[in-house]
Design a protein around this ligand. Sequence first.
Ligand code: 13P
Ligand code: SF4
Length: 302
Amino acid sequence: MAEETTQRILALKRDRQAIILAHNYQPAAIQDIADITGDSLELSRQAASTDARVIVFCGVHFMAETAAILNPGRVVVLPRLEAGCPMADMITAQDLLAIKEQHPAVPIVTYVNSTAAVKAESTVCCTSANSIRVVESFKDAETVYMTPDQNLAMYTARHTRKKVLHWHGYCPIHDRLTLDHIHKAREEHPEALVVAHPECRPEVLEAADFVKSTSGMLHYVAESSHGEFIIATELGILHPMRKQNPGKKFYPASRAMICPDMKRIGLEDILLALETLQPRITVPEETRLRALKAVERMLAAG
Ligand code: 13P
Ligand code: SF4
């Protein structure tokens, strides 16, 4: 049944001139069928450079929206419209207006895990892979304001001399990981290195051996001569890690690190999305153009 669905997806993908992009947290079957998998930054870059007519985005809403911001002429579909990101919903465009009123000369650096309306009110976007670079790109500003993730902001602040003010959003999946989880995992696997995502709490990041975006983690474990790793991020990343590194061992820092929104899409949803070109993600043009500036500025920062 899954094989038949896969074959129909592949045939329809060709007919539609479609590309399937999947985030590193997607279910294994989705990652395996995707043309490209990656972290938020890599997927944004792919969305910016594709010549496909249809982008099937397997991830959460803000990721598909970013693809739509970058590709007004292409059809962008998110196979399950309800796949959202709770962190992205922790700040509104109204909140941004209030921040700008309070800090008129301060650049606003917004994590891509945000709505198009919030991006439109921001100076620049960033991802977990480039937040330090983006903040450093403001040569004349001593202070920046980061939204919505407080943990990414505090992590970035520790790696720059700039003053970093921040909003109080967080990822419920990463923020629930505690220092106790790390200590326990280290006790169980004393030889393993701890690799953590910047959305984790400061004390967890302090206790980690290495902090990176999801794709940064994949590169790190592949290149490291070490053979065992404790992984402090969403469990979906374990699939490509194990597939790409059959000789190495990977242990989740906590088995509770599952993002339900990242698990909503199934193969049948992709097939239906290719058949109907729905649910389509679009952004009102005025918002899109303003959000585009913030996304392009991020892509230019590297
Ligand atoms: P990455 O950009 O590191 O893939 O992270 C996206 C995300 O949603 C993490 O929770
Ligand atoms: Fe949002 Fe966290 Fe899920 Fe990433 S893991 S999509 S930040 S809720």
